[in-house]
Design a protein around this ligand. Structure first.
Ligand code: ATR
Length: 271
């Protein structure tokens, strides 16, 4: 049977195996998809061994998206900013790195009408997750994407790489005072954003839609906090998770599974 896998540092609770299994049933494909937690120092050799032994495709999650971009032989335009979440063998021993995160995010935002052209977007985070979503966000023609990150230098580096790609700026946290954003996206791996709350608290939250790339049953700490600040249009990242899985599934199997039906079922099962 064709083998697919997710590699990340702590993926035992991941929904991806369940999602891909359902896609396989839906499209009558025969495959296995497992989630493997990997220690950082072992990641390159685990990935190499997976493909050397016939693995047909991999998903990559935190903290390996940027490492994977350096490891593969070729990048698609979607992975151009140096973050890979989908890997495909090219058939000649080389690997192609792609990224469906941003495509999935934009589809989910548009489905929920949380993103219109000309939006002012605040993107919290500047790591592998933020790198993976930035290009598709820019393709929606926002007025600007402002990067807010705990480590200013990391945001400055990412913004510098985007100079020719679109209107990306870095937030000077102290100047966010009374900032008005149409959309705030939480793209950090932090359990809590305590370090950023003093600056975030001054935003006009009632004006912003809030999207957390993370998913957990009920709500995420960021969404709970944003609600307390006055935000009312909130979404977790379950829709993006299913969309990016469908994107990877189509890359690997050349058939696009139905997202709507599965998303509906998952929401019910996870409630
Ligand atoms: P990776 O970069 O390993 O792929 P990620 O999911 O993109 O992982 O998460 C990294 C992001 O989370 C970074 O923006 C990081 O901020 P720094 O650049 O300052 O490290 C952010 N992050 C992680 N822990 C955080 C915390 N406790 N508070 C605020 N931001 C945090």
């Amino acid at each position: 049977m064709d083998r697919y896998a997710l590699f990340g540092q702590a993926v035992s609770q991941s929904l991806s195996p369940r999602i891909h299994q359902r896609f396989a049933e839906q499209t009558q494909q025969s495959l296995t998809y497992t989630a493997q937690s990997v220690a950082p120092e072992l990641f390159p050799q685990v990935l190499e061994s997976f493909f050397a032994t016939g693995g047909q495709g991999a998903n990559i999650t935190a903290p390996f998206k940027t490492v994977a971009a350096r490891y593969v032989d070729q990048l698609t335009p979607a992975a151009q900013l140096g973050a890979v979440n989908t890997v495909l063998p090219l058939g000649d021993g080389r690997l192609l790195g792609d990224n469906g995160d941003g495509i999935g995010l934009v589809k989910d935002l548009q489905r929920q009408q949380l993103l219109l052209p000309g939006a002012r977007i605040l993107l919290i985070g500047a790591g592998g997750a933020a790198r993976g979503i930035l290009l598709p966000l820019l393709a929606t023609q926002p007025a600007e994407v402002v990067l807010l990150n705990r480590t200013l230098a990391t945001a400055a580096q990412l913004a510098a790489e985007c100079t020719k790609l679109g209107p990306v700026k870095i937030a000077q946290p102290q100047r966010l005072h009374h900032g008005v954003f149409d959309l705030v996206i939480q793209a950090t791996s932090a359990r809590s954003l305590d370090a950023l709350h003093p600056w975030l608290a001054s935003l006009r939250w009632e004006a912003a839609a809030c999207y957390d790339l993370n998913y957990q049953p009920n709500t995420t700490p960021f969404l709970q906090w944003a609600r307390q600040q006055g935000a009312s249009r909130l979404s977790d990242g379950l829709g993006m998770l299913v969309e990016q899985a469908a994107y990877a599934f189509q890359c690997w199997r050349q058939v696009l599974p139905s997202v709507e039906a599965l998303l509906h079922t998952l929401r019910r099962e996870l409630a």
